[in-house]
Design a protein around this ligand. Sequence first.
Ligand code: RIB
Length: 295
Amino acid sequence: MGHVVVVGSINVDMVVAVPRLPVPGETILGGTFSQHFGGKGANQAVAAARIGARVSMIGTVGDDELGERALEALERELVNIDRVRRVPGPTGVALVVVGPRGENQIAVAPGANAALTEEEAESVTGADVVISNFEVPVRVAVAAIRGARLAGAEGILDPAPAHALPAALLELGPILTPNEHELVVAIGNDDPTEALAELADRSAGPVIVTQGPAGALLARGSDRQHFPGYPARGVIDTTGAGDTFVGVLAARLAEKRPLSDAIQAANAAAALCVSQPGARGGMPTRAELDAFIGR
Ligand code: RIB
């Protein structure tokens, strides 16, 4: 069993489902409220654990009740939390508004996630695959990928929320998993085709552009390979679909599967994720994933 270490955010999501997403300045009535566990890092950890990877989380939660409950939720998913530190102040919270086709708007108060240090992030000995993202400070995510390199592990950097990618990160050669918006912001070019060409040229590692229901596009240097998405059985909530993709990708790579197999499994898991409410509601177990893929 491969060991996935996630250096990333842990949030609690306050979710309102609405008949349509509001425009700036608008109030929409009629939604129902629910609370879910979230945070890109913690979601990625759960996605990997559900399909059978050994997963450890490195992160920070506050000393409030939400922090306590977020940790309990990770433990229930068999994610090791020995290296999650509790810090004074609030746990990260995301306000999530979900529209009728599962589309969302998200605003995040990072809270305790901002307290994670580069020293904590870089110490990833024993990992087969290390994941990080930008809901922790960028320098901390870079330290995690540096740690992966030093430990001889595969590094996956999910550049979300969107942020320019520092040269020091690209030189380390992690697998990058931007969606189209994150791709253009990552490189500072509004044309996605040009942005991908530039990023694939500058990055020492592969770039996987996630395309929602259309699947994923793998770019290595000037090579391009498209992996079609799987049809979802009803789209309720797309929150966490990208995290599911990344977590499952990591779990498969930790099993020493080829990148193409890992991308196909990640596409399938993301399609399953969107059919239930909440970031983690539809994340598949190993048996559910295998049945969906038809293996
Ligand atoms: O990617 C989805 C996640 O982004 C949510 O769970 C929310 O916490 C935000 O961080």
